[in-house]
Design a protein around this ligand. Structure first.
Ligand code: FEO
Length: 168
């Protein structure tokens, strides 16, 4: 059985993962608007991934006999200065998500809630993977450059990453 504090914290994480899904879907729309097809495919797929993160939490809360609650969500930002700006904001967002997962882990430790602690391990590993992925994409964008050819190559790379992830 979960404590009320833990139920509240897990429900907050449901909102954060849902917001992440909406944020990446909105970013996919911006990519489509700007003609970045690879970026659109990549971010649509990532939006689905975030929905899966949300659903895992939603299922876990329900399985413990508690009530999963979907709360009001923040409207995602719709426009970006550039592809580089957008990916920097994604990396910043993922670092924020990692900090929230770490807070949940701290709480589970404090409450000796070993079931939730075990459940959260998947998120700890996932956040490590996501930060590594987005940090390398930010580096690549910086390296390849911001001119037309550079952006074309980055967009192709994003399309390739999305296809590779779908084949996993
Ligand atoms: Fe579910 Fe990208 O954090």
């Amino acid at each position: 059985m979960l404590s009320n504090t833990m139920i509240e914290a897990l429900n907050e994480q449901i909102r954060i993962e849902f917001e992440s899904s909406n944020l990446y879907l909105q970013m996919a729309a911006w990519c489509a608007w700007k003609g970045y097809e690879g970026g659109e495919t990549f971010l649509r797929a990532h939006s689905e991934e975030e929905r899966m993160h949300m659903m895992k939490l939603f299922t876990y809360v329900g399985e413990t006999g508690a009530l999963a609650v979907i709360s009001a969500m923040e409207q995602p930002k719709a426009e970006y200065e550039s592809l580089s700006d957008m990916f920097k904001q994604i990396l910043k967002h993922e670092r924020f998500v990692t900090s929230k997962i770490n807070e949940l882990v701290d709480l589970a430790y404090k409450e000796k809630d070993y079931s939730t602690l075990n459940f959260l391990q998947w998120y700890v590993a996932e956040q490590h993977e996501e930060e590594t992925l987005f940090s390398s994409l930010v580096d690549k964008i910086e390296l390849i450059g911001h001119d037309g050819r550079g952006l074309y190559l980055i967009d192709k790379e994003l399309g390739k990453q999305a296809t590779a992830a779908a084949g996993q």
